[in-house]
Design a protein around this ligand. Structure first.
Ligand SMILES: C[S@@+](CC[C@H](N)C(=O)[O-])C[C@H]1O[C@@H](n2cnc3c(N)ncnc32)[C@H](O)[C@@H]1O
Length: 234
């Protein structure tokens, strides 16, 4: 039997497996991210904050916030940002950050209807078992006229770069993770889940089908990451 800190989720994303996997990588999560993304993670977080166009005093939900590393970046706007995640280990690893944290499942959010000016999820939606349910839950807790930004790995648009990137994902990334992470198998899951994830256009369609309006996206790092932006119709 595997030890609890060596769980890796399968692509059906059973919630207990996903939560255990993140519990197991929590302590070295932030540093592993920076290493495997060659420092790009900081740029992606900055771009997410910019895309949200937050104003001081607004209420923001950072869903699947993990250790709160994404929440801290959002807080630089002066908005009030709450981190929510279902991995107790990730939340505990980020407790030193002193951002408000609420344990909760993206598919059944512990918040009232129309609670937030903006809702965002960074590198989280891909790990949720039913993304359509999660997108509808995010819509429910957003105020009319409020906005959504999904920051997620996506599909590089330039074919030769895409080929090189896929090689990195499937071959080099697990090797790099072996040197840095407490659970390298979790990074094999990362590579597989990115490969199976819908491209920019397909994800935009899923977001619109969940009821969000004016869905648009912007590629970062040539499409390694895409920011999808949408609004709750007033
Ligand atoms: C890759 S981490 C992203 C953390 C952070 N947002 C960041 O940008 O680094 C993905 C997070 O999604 C969380 N997650 C996955 N499914 C979830 C769900 N159904 N409800 C809440 N959190 C979930 C995991 O526990 C994990 O902390």
């Amino acid at each position: 039997m595997k030890q609890s800190d060596q769980v890796r989720a399968s692509l059906d994303k059973q919630p207990h497996e996903v939560a255990s996997m993140f519990d197991g990588v929590a302590q070295r999560y932030d540093i592993t991210n920076t290493v495997i993304s060659a420092g790009q993670d900081r740029y992606w977080r900055w771009a997410t904050r910019r895309a949200l166009a937050l104003r001081p005093g607004e209420r923001v939900l950072d869903l699947a916030a993990g250790t709160g590393v994404s929440t801290v970046e959002l807080g630089k706007s002066g908005a009030w940002c709450v981190a929510t995640d279902f991995s107790q280990g990730m939340l505990a690893a980020g407790r030193f950050r002193q951002v408000p944290m609420v344990a909760g499942d993206a598919m059944a959010l512990p918040f009232a209807d129309d609670s937030f000016d903006a809702v965002t999820i960074s590198f989280g939606l891909r790990n949720v078992a039913d993304i359509d349910v999660a997108l509808r839950e995010m819509l429910r807790v957003t105020k009319p006229g409020g906005r959504l930004v999904v920051s997620e790995f996506s599909t590089p648009v330039f074919a030769p770069f895409r080929t090189v990137y896929m090689e990195y994902l499937m071959k080099a990334l697990p090797r790099v993770a072996r040197a840095v992470s407490s659970n390298p198998d979790a990074y094999v899951y990362l590579a597989e889940s990115i490969r199976a994830w819908p491209n920019q256009r397909r994800l935009a369609r899923r977001i619109a089908d969940a009821g969000w309006g004016s869905v648009q996206w912007r590629d970062l790092t040539g499409g390694v990451v895409a920011l999808h932006r949408a609004y709750k119709l007033a």
